[in-house]
Design a protein. Sequence first.
Length: 275
Amino acid sequence: MFESKRWTLKNVDGPSPFELAMMVLSLVSVVIVLTITFARLDPETNKVLLYIDTSICMIFMSKFFHGLFKARNKTYYLRHHWIDFIASIPAIEALRIARIFQILRVIRLIRMSRSLIVPLLRQRKQTTLASLLVAMVLILATASVLILLVESAEPNANIQTAEQAVWWALVTISTVGYGDFYPVSTIGHVIGGLVIISGVSFFGVISGYMASVFVAPDETERQEEQEAKEAHKEQINSKLEAALEQMQQNQLQMEQNQQQMLAEITKLRQQLDKH
């Protein structure tokens, strides 16, 4: 019961960057399933979509086991996230519709949150990683499907299978350029140019992120430093209060001694006057 309340309060401020990333990937997964089910595509295009969906399932599965490993109450986590595990099983496309529950859950958190931008800015590292993850999946998926659709209609094209399209997308986005597979059509060249530009920007962001990790202080380190400063201030304030209290006690003791001395002096004077 306590764990349930703690989990709810923790998420009241809004979804985390990775929860938003999982929502976007869930949308992509549902669209892929609907496309495979209702669209009339050639077998190689369907195979590309299956590869993409399987990759997304692996991300979902990793997220599920990571959350299970970090959860204090694993029974509570399994009871409330079992549908995420079911929807992450690859090769069974009908189960992917269960991702709608994940989407609705994140949308509910967005509606409950007062602001969506502020939590993302506070968690810049998680936001960067989540954005990179979503960007990589979307770029690879879009490039693979488009290049296969465009090049499969060309008679002299050497990108004819799903594996070749995925490999070309990976090589192009990494700007390695092996040259074993390449587009021959004009539209294919345009797609390749866009993928190269996206890849350069993608790895540029990764380089900047890695530099910030090693150069800039970590958020936990800044928080620990701030907590240490506050603890030091509290310690100084407690010492000052103790010193002031001791001074007040000493002053009170001095006043009592002074009154006692005055009483004794008055008593001695009375005795002298009698004599």
